[in-house]
Design a protein around this ligand. Structure first.
Ligand SMILES: [Cu+2]
Length: 751
């Protein structure tokens, strides 16, 4: 039985800002009411009658009539016949094909410059640096369903942002086994229920009308490293979910649950056992090394996304994450199916249909987290059923979804070898253009560098792309109007080296080391790739981290939310920017669009935790239309455009969190800063006045820790275990560097 956390509820307040409130009267996020949600909202409205515009007046008589009559039930027939978003947005990505394409065209290239905010609603959930706000909402008959990074589910009146119900997940707040931020990328609806996976490894169904919990199925125990961080799909009486945790020693799978009661109907392991299809791409059971024999049991292959479904072919499609352990291939010689792969299954039975592996024996964290997209296109005079996915490699892979064969051509080519990391002899190279530059810019501290598929072992190699580059989980959009795929990429350099860690149950199982490439530029691309040729139609190169999610419309537009807080609209044919709106907090979610039958609306979740020099807490949902009258907000602090010192300081006793733990596993900071060639770990520490801080040099050459204000200097600390301590007797913030290697930087905050 669930118990409600009353303490946390006290801090939860649904805040709401009506149309007509200009940015001048917008209240800062810190001001929270402690009254009940609905009461607070109604009070706010009645206190501000003069500020309310025409649209806001509708809020005083909330349009809950549809809710009282019961929300419309999404049926399998409607899902099967929906090819793109229309008045409603009934499933993740707008349709089972995940195209993120809407037939709405009221907002178009001629008038999009007039778009303005209609409402902004603060959900009072999922605020804080550990969370991400990455979901696009569903809209059914004017009711919006959206999850937050804490897996709390909200139903909002889509025209006003007013809350109709909230389901509080009450997931455990102490869970350091979630890989990449607390998030939920989108719920599913169908048969009168709302479905979602939770970070604690369970899956739930709620009553679509009331938000009441109907059933809960525990897929796995989160203490074992499993979490559900994806988006979810309902179809034909089944709900489909992947599972994450490849960095924590899990074995990935796709699971189908019965939508009525949550019992498991089938499961498909994305890491096959010996004797199963693909089982021979992992070490054999006869291998003399027991660690290798066991490799498949924690072989990773997370599924980060909602699958796509072709109702006519009866197939379900998804792509998979990296092999476990990341970066260390010596424990798992072989191609390691079905990691970093497309997989097609019979959706009713989970039976294997076909697969296509993007990266053999991945050692670079080149998993495939962006969602698959189904589309139809002419090739050589014939209409073909296609599927594509934008990879972390920086290529789009266009395949025939009936059989997994390339539509344009993908060549296996020999790649550089590193026998100690058991590298694959060849890798697939799609014919056409990559949507990013696949080679790093030189940095003085890294004599070893290389373009895509360059291997590494014990010495850090500067690489592009790596795990954060190419297309991240960011959903692309596909426009049948242009035939273009709109894809995102991080164009950032990173370093990789292998560091062995044995598998330990319930611990980080990611054996690479990543030395910060201080001074490297952080750039990203947004590219229209022509699905007929896999060539670039147009491309933008931007400063800062990649954005997360696109929307294409029949109005000839492409929308994207940016980490700098802007929602932008572009001409889908040319990429010309036609409209921009500053929401005030970074955006890490895909926009979507819907209509009340009269006006077209654009909605986006604004979460803000990415790409900024400071942590921006966000829990806002913004909705726009041509009739809106809410103005832009002030811009947030500038986004980071160079790799350097960022993030929260590590205090005495704190665990070294990723990426600081890449060399040192699950160590705590106890006053010792580890020096390597060429990095300080942790880079930013905070200690009380009077603390003695020790620099321990595990590198091979001498380094120093030299205060930038010349108040202290360790002098040379010899490699191979030399150490020097400095006692900080007065408060201050000390930036320091290594004299012979000035790109090595750190900070000591004394309080
Ligand atoms: Cu140095």
């Amino acid at each position: 039985m669930r118990t409600s956390s009353s303490t946390r509820r006290l801090h939860r307040a649904h805040e709401w800002y009506a149309a007509g409130l200009s940015s001048g009267v917008w209240e800062p996020p810190g001001k929270k009411r402690r009254s009940g949600h609905l009461k607070g909202v109604q009070m706010r409205v009645s206190l501000r009658p003069l500020l309310l515009g025409v649209v806001a007046l509708a809020v005083m008589f909330p349009s809950t009539l549809s809710a009282q009559a019961g929300p419309r039930t999404i049926t399998t027939q409607e899902l099967a016949s929906t090819k793109n978003g229309g008045n409603d947005w009934i499933t993740y990505g707008g349709a089972l094909n995940n195209q993120r394409y809407s037939s709405l065209e009221q907002a178009n290239t001629t008038n999009v410059s007039q778009l303005k905010g209609v409402w902004m609603s603060r959900l009072g959930s999922g605020r804080g640096s550990k969370y991400r706000f990455e979901a696009d909402p569903l809209v059914v008959d004017g009711i919006m369903y959206i999850p937050t990074g804490n897996d709390d589910i909200f139903a909002l009146d889509a025209k006003t942002g007013r809350k109709l119900w909230e389901w509080d997940s009450d997931i455990p707040q102490v869970n350091d086994l979630i890989c990449c931020g607390w998030d939920n990328r989108g719920v599913a609806v169908g048969d009168g229920r709302v479905y979602t996976g939770l970070l604690d490894g369970s899956f739930v169904a709620l009553d679509q009308k009331s938000g009441q919990l109907l059933w809960r199925t525990q897929l796995e125990d989160y203490h074992d490293g499993y979490s559900l961080t994806g988006a979810y799909r309902y179809y034909d009486g089944l709900v489909f979910t992947g599972i994450s945790g490849a960095e924590k020693g899990i074995r990935g799978r796709m699971t189908a649950l019965d939508a009525r009661d949550g019992h498991e109907v089938w499961r498909f392991y994305t890491v096959p056992a010996p004797g199963e299809i693909g089982g021979d791409t992992w070490p054999a059971p006869t291998d003399p090394d027991p660690e290798k024999v066991a490799a498949y049991t924690h072989g990773g292959s997370s599924i980060w996304q909602a699958p796509t479904i072709d109702p006519e072919l009866g197939m379900l499609y998804f792509t998979t994450g990296n092999a476990g352990p990341d970066y260390d291939g010596e424990m798992r010689p072989g191609d390691n199916l079905f990691t970093a792969s497309f997989v097609a299954l019979d959706y009713k039975t989970g039976q294997y249909k076909w697969h296509f592996q993007q990266v053999h024996h991945d050692i670079w964290d080149f998993d495939a987290p962006s969602p698959t997209v189904l589309f139809d296109q002419m090739y050589n005079g014939a209409m073909r059923k296609g599927i594509y996915q934008a990879g972390k490699t920086g290529w789009v892979y266009y395949l025939d979804r009936t059989n997994g064969q390339p539509l344009i051509g993908i060549e296996e080519k020999p790649v550089p070898q590193e026998p100690r990391n058991a590298t694959a002899a060849t890798q697939p190279y799609p014919i056409g253009d990559s949507f990013m530059d696949q080679c790093p810019e030189p940095l003085p501290q890294f004599p070893l560098m290389g373009c895509i598929f360059t291997p590494f072992w014990d010495v850090p190699v500067l690489l592009r792309p790596t795990g954060g580059g190419g297309s991240e989980w960011s959903p692309s959009a596909y426009s049948p109007q242009t035939g273009y795929s709109y894809v995102f990429a991080g164009q950032t350099d990173n370093t990789l080296a292998m560091r062995y860690l044995p598998f330990e149950h319930g611990k980080t199982y990611s054996l690479g080391a990543s030395v910060p490439a201080n001074g490297a530029s952080i750039k990203s691309t947004f590219t229209a790739i022509d699905s007929r040729t896999n060539k670039i139609a147009w491309q933008q190169v931007n400063d800062g981290e990649q954005s997360y999610g696109a929307l294409a419309t029949a109005g000839g537009l492409v929308f994207k939310g940016q980490v700098d807080g802007n929602l932008v609209a572009m001409d889908a044919k040319t990429g010309t920017q036609l409209w921009r709106f500053q929401t005030g907090i970074g955006i890490s979610a895909a926009p979507m669009t819907w209509s009340d039958g009269k006006d077209q609306y654009i909605t986006v979740a604004v979460g803000g935790n990415r790409g900024g020099l400071t942590t921006l807490d966000g829990d806002e949902v913004w909705t726009f239309s041509l009739n809106g009258n809410v103005d832009e907000m002030a811009a947030p602090p500038p986004i980071q455009t160079k790799v350097g010192l960022t993030g929260a300081p590590v205090k005495l006793g704190d665990k070294l969190a990723p990426p600081q733990n890449v060399f040192y596993g699950d160590h705590n900071f106890e006053g010792t800063i580890y020096v390597e060639d060429y990095t300080f770990t942790p880079p930013i520490v905070q200690v009380p006045t009077g603390t003695s801080v020790t620099w321990l040099n595990n590198g091979s050459v001498a380094h120093t820790a030299t205060s930038a204000d010349a108040t202290w200097d360790t002098g040379d600390i010899s490699g191979g275990g030399g150490q020097v301590s400095v006692t900080f007797s007065s408060a201050g913030t000390f930036n320091y560097y290594c004299t012979p290697h000035p790109w090595m930087i750190g900070r000591v905050i004394v309080q």
